[in-house]
Structure formats: C-alpha cells, structure tokens
Ligand binder design. Structure first.
Ligand SMILES: [Zn+2]
Length: 357
C-alpha cells in the first residue's frame, strides 16, 4: 500500500514549486533529490527532460509525466477539505501533471522499501508538454529501450486513452497587389477577397466523428483605403485517421489554389504533420492489462478517444506503445482544478501492482 501522508506531502511540496512551461528547473531539482534518496540513477538530456533507469526483470516499461503547468500557476496554495484538494481559487492546482509525478515517485518508493521485484523501469519526466509537447518531441530514441509505456496525464479515474488525432498545421500566404482603393482599385488584387473566396468553399469545424478542421488566424490589411496586398492564414486539420487529415489538407490546398488563380494572386501553401496520432484496439493485450489492473482495484475502466494530443503522441512516434492513463484529477487547466486524495492513492496502488507484473 502507498503511504498516504508521504504521497500527500510529495504532492503538496510539488504544487508549491512554480513551474510554468520552460521553467521546470526547480521541479526537476526536487525530483532529482528524491531519486538520490532512492539511489536511482538519473540524467538530464540535452533539453532538460529528466530520465531515470531502474534495473529489474522482464521487459522494460516506460513511465512518464510532464513537469510543467499551465497559467495561472504562480504561488499555488492548496486547500484540503476532506478527501478533496483544490487551489484557493486564484490559480490552477497543478495536479496536471504533478499528481502523476507524485504517484510515480510514491510507487517507486514502495517498490524500494518493500524490496519488490519489478520490470526494468525507465522514468521520463518531460518539459514543456503544455506548450506543444516540446520536451518529449526532442527525446533521443537511444535513451529509451522500453516498447511499452504508461503516461499519467489523463483526468478521470479509470480513463484509458485509446486514440488521439493526427494534426496537420497549415500556413498559407497570399500575395496580391496593393492599389489605392478609390482611385485605381482595378490595379489591385485584394488578398482578403482571395482568402474569403477560398474559405467560402471550405467546410470548417467538425467534418465527421473523427475529423475536424479550423482556421484560427486570418491576418490582412493595414489601411481602410488601400487594396490589401498580403494575407496570412493559419489553419489546422486533425483526424484520428491519417488519410482523412490529409484529405482536409488537400481540400484547403485546392480551394486556395483555385481562388489565387482566379484573382491572379500568388500563393505560398505549406502543410506539416505536426502531431503523430494513434489508435489502439480496445482488445489490445497491453490495453486490456491496464484495464484489468483498474478492475482489480474496483475502478471501472473507460476508453476514450481525445481530440487533443499529449506526450504520448511523441512516444508513439518513437515506436513505443505508450498509453495515457488518468492521474485522477478533475477540471485541469482551470482555477476549479481538483483531485481526490483517495484517487491518488488508488492510482499509486495500481502502479505498484502494474510495475511488478
Ligand atoms: Zn497534462
């Protein structure tokens, strides 16, 4: 069994350390101190991800959480009422993802304390997850031997994320021609008109149950009485199916090419697969093993497909069957964020058993 006061202390200590994305240094130092106490070997990689390895028997297993938190995250003070921990209301709580870190550290402590046999473990605490999976994307494949992994970055207890989308980022530049809008508009080519002609041909928003697209930024024009020469459009297409995501990119390209041609404007169209999606079969052995682990603790497993991404996407890209599971929190990224102590205990208990199997 995990030690509740110790788990709670680790969590409360961690959330009081300010750690906005890009400034995870102090959190890293805190964890390094714990690793030293547990005599666990660790290193920081070239971008500041913290990597620790613990020898064991069997196939290696990756365990991961991220060290950064979203704003508002300065001066977090916790309020505990019964089983529930919340912030005082001005900030987030930071359970995302410090509950994950605390649960992993407590599980490792119990394994050591009770001298329990376990799989070889590769622990990775990443940087800058919240601002675009930056730390995990820069991991060196040579640092990871594990083919399977658990990432504690999901919310509701028992949740197992089985799908996350492929995401294309699309950047479009339109070059028209400037002209005085009143004296000689016929000499101009309006970049705004080109953009709006293209956009009016596109379906935007939810395309089907696994595909969405969005135009997030449209910038153009400097003065009221001038034909706008330039336009910049930043869009995205995402789908759980790579083919469908690509199809959206093609539709964007065709619409903008057609409009640019019609108005004789120049077009610079760039699309990049920014996030590597994944889809697991619910009956997959590893997924079922996780589900069984939850069931053994009377936690009902649930399988979710998310529309966003996490460090898992970066691990999958490296060829690791990584699965996002819940750390047990609620309302992350808001000042209403909370977590139950009993849920943190359950997840830690789950980990202790899982790491031994
Ligand atoms: Zn998170």
């Amino acid at each position: 069994m995990p030690n509740q006061p110790r788990l709670l202390k680790t969590f409360l200590d961690l959330i009081e350390i300010d750690s906005p994305s890009g400034k995870e240094e102090k959190v890293s130092k805190f964890i390094e101190q714990k690793f030293k106490e547990l005599k666990i070997k660790f290193k920081r990689d070239q971008v500041g991800n913290l990597i620790a390895k613990i020898p064991g028997k069997g196939e290696p297993l990756l365990l991961s959480s991220h060290m950064d938190t979203v704003d508002p995250c300065f001066g977090i003070k916790a309020e505990i009422k019964g089983d529930i921990i919340k912030s005082k209301g001005e900030t987030i709580l930071g359970a995302d993802d410090k509950a994950g870190i605390s649960e992993i550290l407590e599980a490792l402590t119990v394994l050591k304390e009770k001298k329990l046999n376990h799989r070889p473990l590769e622990i990775i605490f990443t940087r800058e997850e919240e601002t675009g999976i930056i730390g995990a994307s820069k991991l060196n494949k040579k640092d990871i031997k594990a083919k399977e992994g658990l990432v504690l970055d999901g919310e509701n207890i028992g949740e197992i994320t089985i799908a996350s989308p492929f995401i294309y980022q699309i950047n479009i530049k339109i070059k028209g021609r400037s002209a005085h809008a009143g004296m000689e508009p016929e000499k101009g080519i309006s970049a705004i008109k080109v953009a709006s002609d293209a956009i009016s041909e596109l379906e935007v928003g939810r395309i089907d149950n696994e595909t969405t697209n969005n135009i997030g930024i449209l910038q153009s024009g400097k003065i009221r009485n001038g034909v706008p020469e330039d336009a910049l459009i930043k869009a995205e297409a995402r789908s759980h199916d790579l083919k469908k995501a690509k199809e959206q990119v093609n539709l964007y390209q065709k619409a903008f090419e057609k409009a640019a041609k019609k108005h004789k404007a120049k077009l610079d169209f760039k699309a990049e697969l920014n996030c590597h999606g994944y889809k697991y079969d619910q009956k997959d052995k590893f997924i079922q093993k996780i589900a069984q682990g939850f069931e053994d603790l009377n936690i009902k497993p649930s399988y979710v497909k998310i529309g966003g991404a996490s460090d898992v996407n970066a691990f999958v890209k490296l060829g690791i069957k990584a699965v996002d599971i819940s750390y047990g929190g609620k309302n992350c990224h808001t000042t209403r964020e909370s977590i139950r102590i009993s849920y943190m205990m359950k997840i830690t208990e789950f980990l202790i058993k899982f790491l031994q199997s």
